[in-house]
Write a protein that binds this ligand. Sequence first.
Ligand code: C2E
Ligand code: CA
Ligand code: CA
Length: 636
Amino acid sequence: MGEKIKELIGLKKNSPYVESYLRNANIKSSIYMSTVVIVLEIWMILRVLIKYIILSDTSRDFAWIVQHMYSYFILLTMGILMLLYAIKYLKTKGKVSKSLGNGLIIAFSAICLGFGIYISVLDYAGSKQILTFLTMELYVTCLLVWKPYVSFIILGFTFELFYLICSNMTEFQTGDKINLFMFWISILMTSVSIYRQRHDEGTKEERLQQMNAKLEKTAVYDDLTGIHNMQYFYSNVPEILIMAGSKVHSKVFLFLNIENFKNYNDQFGFIKGNELLTKAAHLIEETYAGSLVARQSDDHFVVLTDWEGALEKADYIRNNFYTEKDELYMGLKVGGYRPDDIYCDPRQGVDRARYASTTIKKKYDQNYQEYDQKMAEGFFKLQYIVNNIDRAVEKGYIKVYYQPVMWSDTRKLAGCEALARWVDPKYGFLSPGDFIPILEEHRQIHKLDKCIYETVCRDIRDSLDRGEKAVPVSLNFSRLDFELMDAVSFMEELVQKYNIDRHYLHIEVTESALTNDLTVLQQSIDAFREKGYEIWLDDFGSGYSSLNVLKDYHFDVMKIDMVFLRGFKDNQNSRLIIRRVVEMANDLNINTLTEGVETEEMVEFLAEVGCGRLQGYYYGKPMPVHDFREKFLTAQ
Ligand code: C2E
Ligand code: CA
Ligand code: CA
């Protein structure tokens, strides 16, 4: 309440922006005021000069002339000073002494009001109107913007002064007193409303400016790290290449990929991960100072720089950005593309450098790879996948293969897993390894998965309609599915559309999806569970933070990764580990499934240690729906 009143009377401190907005308004007004004063005073001076001196009019004596000329000259000087200041202020965009300006405005106003009172008192005494006084009041308090309490003081003081001077005169009757009071109130109200209007305009403009600055910033800067974003990068490439001219080959597009960053996130959490990314971003920016640097996405950065010294700088970054090296190995894989044309498409340049970097992902002895013609085929395949996913979905090139899951005790069918295949007219049969990482990297995975989920639901409906046995199907969800689509609503719509029970669908998520601190993902998982879908943990043991994930979430089934079965024959340790993992899961009330079961020996061992479900080539490879029906659904 107190604050509100303070604001209304202008006692609340304005922001510097609003203050300077009001000051600018005053300076602009004072240009009009001073110009009017200068013209008027010159005219008055000329009038006196011509009438009383040149034409020797004797109706006024010399003392009268001096007295009037003196006041005209003071006003004229004040007007000129004010005008000069205002022009300088506008020219230098406010870079002149502010206190001088305030002093001038106050002095100018005081002189105007002083003369107003003086002239009108004389006029009033001579039974004339008090127009000069009122004009000056309007002039000073309505053209200039004063804070309400200042207007109140100025108007209060001058009207009171005028009142006191006139109160001795016999002409000053009640009617005039009331009129004076009404004028005082009206001018005060007008000046307050002008202040409010200007103040609101200033505040609005300030907000707009702030919004623009923010928009400008987000348009060219990366939200997380604060370095430039890709939009900025792409729009600045052409100029750099054109400037390079015939030396365009001395430039290189670099694609920097921090290796093992996901593991860092898994171990130290999302917040620490973001801190490290920001640190890396600034190190890259500083090391390639003077070059074009941007964050592409996740832990990927791009640079357009001089080829000379480019790799040494990458080495420097690799050696310096992570100091706690002993805890976790983090490498930096760099792909390069050297443009041979000044009109090289920036996106092509980045995509090629990026592709080159992916070719050395698993090569521990190689940190840099340049794009060359030999890579063209793989690169085109990648581009083909990214550019044709919509078409593949539409034309039915995406197929669902089903792999059986068996009960370990009865050795009967427990369910199956839906696995994607892309049967392409140009590239033939593609396995998930060929397209899933690419679709994930290019944030297109949800398109494929939506198609898979719908096909699965349609197949289940089909089986039910045929009177076959229908079994639950587990569906693979990528972490990005939860970001790129509303997974829960999508599944709910399918369940409605095909009228199937939710227990036919299991949601498989990997642990690495869950260790990224994504609230959307957590909410989705909770929502799935609430609706009655089973949540299965995929690939347990293939990452770093399996146990943490178990602490934070409850799963219906844990899928033990096939890495544990590697070396099953000779390595006694793997048996011991599997046994302990199953025991732990049992204690946590989680069912178990082991993947990659290939031999009878494995089956027997897993049944003995109490692993409930088995999946692997021993029972069947992933197969098309009609094979799966024939082998598993109709035969049993
Ligand atoms: P995953 O979810 O761990 O799937 C099991 C993978 O192991 C499948 O490979 C399967 O063919 C293979 N496999 C099963 N039994 C055995 C065995 O006894 N021995 C060996 N050596 N391998 C076995 P696939 O179909 O190539 O899928 C690879 C990965 O691609 C999957 O791993 C999953 O992460 C991903 N994926 C597959 N389909 C989809 C999908 O529709 N959506 C998403 N987002 N990811 C999918
Ligand atoms: Ca899976
Ligand atoms: Ca798996």
